[in-house]
Design a binder for this molecule. Structure first.
Ligand code: SAH
Ligand code: SF4
Ligand code: F3S
Length: 444
């Protein structure tokens, strides 16, 4: 049932992490270079790219139901879209998707999507193909077109893959080994992003702080070196990075937080659990105390730093007392934001075959308690910000007329009324706090 005409319009639907969002944008640029236009809002696209995520359960089922929905809509509209499956589910289960879903025209993995144009042409001729190659030298980036118009906040993937092998996680399998993109490529891409309108760049990597490279004079650099060089781009106003692993945190990166003004006072540092026994079973290779000590070093150089983390509840064998240790860690940190998940057994990972899987009921109850604590702390952090003066980078219009929405340096959503435009940096005083956002008043 594959469509045979060449597509004129496309839509990319990205799920999962920011790296998928970045990949989705790059796929869009490739398709546009091939003469395929983005489909207008609300209109069916000739080509739909499902850019999938495999991190938690039902990922694969979700892809099949998305495919089913597209086929049904196509039947009703009298023409089938070309369907491409990309991202981490494509990498993990591409062959099976091809075999099970005749409506899928092509399957392309996260390291192979630079070949998307040729695969789309082939699919238009009725030739279905799968490409889940993982070339060692990361050939993909060199084959992508230059960046085009972007939002004031842009993503830049600097590092891909993961060598950490936490026992619950699929990423080392779907994204492959840790690879750093070269320094000069990143400086070029960043300069283009800024020319295209970016005022804030978030450096991305599954283990972004494991990035390493060589600067123009051949000196070895860590992520701090890249950040310091990026900070020299005059029109770039803010730099962020995510996601970091506690074990790759260097003294130099911590120091950069105290020295580089453009580096925002925000750190997303997943911890997963507050129990050393669970952390060991997860193969996290840090303890609750070493994690807390690391945060103290950040606070020493940047006392106002906002902290964020990821948590998993119900890892196999997690006892009530061990879960309480997670709550105690949360109390000790006082997170400004956080993401928390029920443990989900992933095919092929060591934890999936561990004994003592925790029941769904228990996981749900623990997740509710954890989220209550995290929400309490996020609200407290927002309330403690009231009265502060800060810059807000305007990202979009708010719901009410004359209202604008942007982010504070601490990554809080701030809305305000006044004269502004998207991409402006507006000085506001934070006047009122809600659980998920703050109201600001513009300063003259
Ligand atoms: N590379 C990043 C992101 C990994 S995925 C990192 O190491 O932090 C983002 C988050 O998803 C993880 O931090 C973890 O909290 C969660 N996660 C990963 N695998 C999971 C699983 N099998 N079940 C539940 N949550 C999981
Ligand atoms: Fe997954 Fe752990 Fe790697 Fe993060 S560090 S991507 S959680 S294996
Ligand atoms: Fe998901 Fe792949 Fe990202 S599994 S979280 S899209 S690296």
């Amino acid at each position: 049932m594959t469509q045979t005409a060449s597509p004129k319009t496309y839509r990319v639907k990205s799920f999962g992490c920011q790296m998928n969002v970045y990949d989705g944008e790059r796929m869009g640029e490739l398709l546009e270079a091939q003469g395929i236009a983005p489909a207008a809002e609300g209109e069916d696209a000739d080509l739909v790219v499902l850019n999938t995520c495999h991190i938690r359960e039902k990922a694969t089922e979700k892809v099949y139901s998305d495919i089913g929905r597209l086929v049904k809509a196509g039947r009703e509209a009298g023409r089938q879209p070309m369907i491409a499956v990309a991202g981490c589910v494509a990498q993990a289960e591409g062959e099976e998707i091809m075999a099970r879903s005749p409506a899928v025209g092509l399957v392309v993995g996260p390291q192979a999507y630079h070949r998307l144009p040729g695969m789309v042409e082939a699919a238009a001729r009725g030739e279905r193909s799968t490409d889940t190659d993982m070339p060692e030298n990361n050939a993909k980036f060199g084959a992508l077109p230059a960046r085009r118009k972007v939002n004031p906040t842009a993503f830049l993937t600097v590092q891909e893959g993961c060598d950490k092998f936490c026992t619950y996680c699929v990423v080392p399998y779907t994204r492959g080994a840790e690879i750093s993109r070269p320094f000069s490529d990143l400086m070029d891409e960043a300069a283009r992003l800024v020319d295209a309108g970016a005022r804030e760049i978030t450096l991305l990597g599954q283990n972004v702080n494991a990035w390493e490279g060589e600067n123009a004079s051949g000196h070895a650099q860590g992520l701090d070196g890249l950040i310091r060089e990026l900070a020299k781009l005059p029109d770039l106003q803010r730099i962020r990075y995510t996601t970091s692993h506690p074990n790759d945190m260097t003294e130099a990166l911590i120091a950069a937080h105290g020295e580089v003004d453009k580096l925002m006072p925000y750190l997303h540092l997943p911890v997963q659990s507050g129990s050393d026994r669970v952390l060991k079973a997860m193969n996290r290779s840090h303890t609750a105390d070493s994690y807390l000590a690391l945060l103290d070093r950040f606070r020493a150089v940047r006392p106002d730093i906002a902290l964020s983390g990821d948590f998993i509840v119900g890892f196999p064998g997690e006892t009530e007392a061990e879960f309480d240790e997670t709550l105690a860690l949360v109390d000790a940190v006082g997170y400004a934001a956080a993401f928390s998940f029920k443990y989900s057994p992933r095919p092929g990972t060591p934890a999936a075959s561990m004994d003592q899987q925790v029941t769904r009921e228990v996981m749900e109850e623990r997740l509710a308690r954890l989220q209550a604590a995290l929400n309490r702390d996020q609200f407290a952090f927002n309330r403690a910000s009231v009265g502060k003066t800060c810059d807000v980078l305007v990202e979009r219009r708010g719901k009410l007329p004359g209202q604008w929405l942007g982010k504070s340096p601490w990554l809080q959503s701030v809305f305000f009324e006044g004269d502004a435009a998207i991409g402006d940096m507006v000085r506001v005083q934070l006047a009122e706090a809600g659980p998920n956002s703050l109201r600001g008043t513009v300063l003259a």
